[in-house]
Design a protein around this ligand. Structure first.
Ligand SMILES: NC(=O)c1ccc[n+]([C@@H]2O[C@H](COP(=O)([O-])OP(=O)(O)OC[C@H]3O[C@@H](n4cnc5c(N)ncnc54)[C@H](O)[C@@H]3O)[C@@H](O)[C@H]2O)c1
Ligand SMILES: O=C(O)C1=N[C@H](C(=O)O)CCC1
Length: 269
């Protein structure tokens, strides 16, 4: 027996799932106790090491999430909104910390996490990297220092497989800009411009999304005024930054009171 927290990774075959599995296996602070994939996936029933193209490691991919979670102290979940809601209820039942990296959740879906958060710790963030969470704070500060003479635009770029837009990170940056400016994002958000849109409305926060190739994730926050522009930029070149942040959150959540937290809590920013 060991007192290192046992971690389950959901979405085991996904881009982030595989990165998370490697990150936990490489860590001396946690151990991998289970991996979950959706029912019917080829990998279910296989050893995860072998499924990922290496040596067997003695952990079998399962589609029985509750059974896997019952052996874990934390579940790290980068999957899809409805799967994440199901996992939240099961992680709460198992009293495991649930680290949620899944993006594209609607406000209604986010509200459905509340019952689970009464029983277990949930850490959720649209971006788990240290760099982006620092950028969020910088964005809030710059937005607070400038008035509406500066138009704020969030521009993001991701790989061609990404299914949601604006990205979770872009929304975090938009929220930070709105908070700095003392407004509600929903009242000023302008995304998906197409056709005769009319001139830009003063005070709006705009979003643009680029999708192409294997871009891991790039975000600019542009403050554009007459005669000058400020650009705050983060460029991710390796998904390991998200996985490291998620593992940090899983360890940080041990022994915390039930409730919903984010990476600002984890990183103390
Ligand atoms: N918060 C962050 O730092 C961060 C970073 C990267 C990606 N993401 C988000 O993580 C999510 C996954 O991204 P990805 O690029 O790994 O996607 P992906 O499509 O490569 O992987 C998703 C995985 O989830 C699995 N899945 C879906 N439904 C499931 C279910 N019911 N049970 C078990 N597994 C299920 C899929 O089979 C797949 O393996 C996206 O929402 C993405 O935006 C967040
Ligand atoms: O690859 C993705 O998908 C990413 N999703 C997050 C987002 O929506 O911001 C973080 C960056 C990578």
């Amino acid at each position: 027996m060991t007192d290192k927290p046992g971690i389950v990774i959901t979405g085991a075959s996904g881009r982030m799932g595989q990165m998370l599995i490697r990150t936990v296996l490489d860590s001396d602070k946690a151990r991998l106790v289970g991996v979950v994939e959706r029912a019917g996936h080829d990998w279910v029933g296989q050893d995860i090491g072998a499924a990922m193209g290496g040596a067997a490691i003695g952990v079998t991919v399962t589609d029985d999430a509750l059974e896997a979670f019952s052996k874990a102290q934390a579940v790290i979940d980068f999957t899809a909104p409805e799967a994440t809601l199901e996992f939240a209820a099961l992680a709460a039942q198992a009293r495991a910390v649930h680290v949620i990296g899944t993006t594209g959740m609607s406000e209604a879906q986010i509200a459905r996490l509340e019952p689970a958060a009464r029983h277990a710790v949930i850490v959720r963030a649209g971006n788990m990297s240290l760099g982006v969470n620092l950028l969020v704070q910088l964005t809030k500060k710059v937005a607070a220092a400038l008035d509406e003479d500066f138009d704020i635009e969030v521009i993001e770029a991701h790989h061609h497989h990404k299914v949601d837009a604006p990205s979770g990170t872009a929304l975090m940056l938009g929220e930070a800009a709105a908070e700095g400016r003392g407004v509600t994002l929903a009242d000023v958000s302008d995304s998906g411009r197409d056709g005769i849109t009319g001139a830009r409305k003063r005070g709006d926060i705009g979003f643009s999304a680029i999708r192409g190739g294997d871009i891991v994730g790039e975000h600019d926050v542009l403050f554009a005024a007459a005669g000058e522009r400020i650009v705050l930029r983060h460029m991710a070149t390796d998904r390991a930054i998200f996985a490291r942040g998620a593992l940090k959150a899983a360890l940080w959540g041990q022994g915390k009171d039930p409730g919903q937290y984010d990476m600002m809590d984890v990183l103390g920013l």
